[in-house]
Ligand binder design. Structure first.
Ligand SMILES: Cc1ncc(COP(=O)(O)O)c(C=O)c1O
Length: 307
């Protein structure tokens, strides 16, 4: 998927032209994946762009940095301001926002702590992550031969750059097998998540999603979807999900900033339910897209207007 570059990137405290936001090839991050980051969306509304769940994303960035012992040289308020400044400078109606905190160059020793901490905020215009029809038609996915990391190997709940090698292996394998995305199991063989999405399973009117202990990233969209499901009268159960429940499910969908709410229509070539988007998924999409587009009241205060 190609992405168009924007005019400006916020880099270490100031807006610079996109092509000037550069690092040296000796930067620690290039060698060892020494970064933490976020993926955030700003949606187009009648009042201009509005950032979705800005506070929770900035909180997660700082939590990831804390786990990884990076001190971000800016406050949460400064990063928040920088995000809205970058969107404004680039004149986006809607966009994807990538705050990135990384270790630059000082040493190539494994201990990164002598390397400077650098911060960039990149914005770009971006469509549907899993393809233009995916939101209505659903996607075909497969269970990956790659598992998510075991507890106490990598901190799955922190969004750390180097960990995305695991996600890359999952999605490359899935595409090689003709799927749009892969579903990874956790180290105990229970369902964990997609390469860049959380997963929900609906069976006999119950909505299930794997718990944090299944090595998932605690998705911001996942939390919102749990809230929306409860708003419309469903209980959501965070519990261990055996693989075979995927094949027995009435509906399965992914959630994520990039994937939003994407139905899954088949898993390992077995149709999910009727093999198309189901009614619960559609109901939750209506709420989610209604709020993010500004067409429904923002009853949970999830949108931050940019102007
Ligand atoms: C591995 C992984 N899981 C889940 C998610 C979904 O998280 P969110 O809803 O915060 O975007 C993402 C996306 O950031 C991810 O990379």
């Amino acid at each position: 998927m190609t992405m168009n570059k924007a005019d400006w990137t916020w880099f270490n405290g100031q807006l610079v032209p996109w092509d000037e936001a550069q690092v040296n090839v000796a930067a620690h991050v290039l060698h060892y994946g020494s970064s933490v980051f976020e993926g955030i969306r700003a949606y187009a509304t009648d009042d201009g762009p509005a950032v979705f769940c800005l506070g929770p994303h900035v909180d997660r960035l700082f939590n990831s940095a804390k786990v990884y012992r990076i001190e971000i040289p800016y406050t949460k308020e400064e990063i928040t301001q920088a995000i809205t400044d970058t969107i404004k400078a680039n004149g986006h109606g809607a966009c994807y926002i990538r705050p990135l905190v990384f270790r630059g160059f000082d040493s190539l020793g494994i201990d990164p702590r002598s390397c400077p901490v650098e911060v960039a905020i990149i914005t770009m215009e971006w469509g549907r992550y899993l393809g233009p029809e995916a939101i209505e038609q659903g996607v075909d996915v497969g269970v990956s031969s790659w598992q998510r990391m075991s507890p106490n190997t990598f901190p799955a709940a922190a969004k750390i750059g180097g960990q995305y090698i695991n996600s890359q292996l999952i999605v490359m394998e899935a595409k090689n097998h003709g799927y749009t995305e892969g579903i990874a199991l956790d180290a105990n063989g229970f369902v964990s998540e997609g390469s860049g999405e959380n997963i929900f399973v609906i069976k006999d009117g119950r909505i299930l999603t794997p718990p944090l202990a299944s090595s998932i990233l605690q998705g911001v969209t996942r939390r919102c979807v749990i809230t929306l499901a409860e708003d419309v009268g469903y209980d959501v159960w965070e519990e261990l999900i055996p693989r075979e429940v995927l094949y027995m499910a009435d509906e399965v969908f992914f959630t994520g900033t990039a994937a939003e709410i994407t139905p899954i229509r088949s898993i390992d070539h077995i149709p999910v339910g009727e093999g198309r988007r189901g009614p619960v998924t559609e109901r939750l999409q209506t709420e989610f897209f209604g709020i993010t587009s500004g067409q429904m009241p923002d009853r949970h205060g999830w949108l931050t207007p940019v102007s």
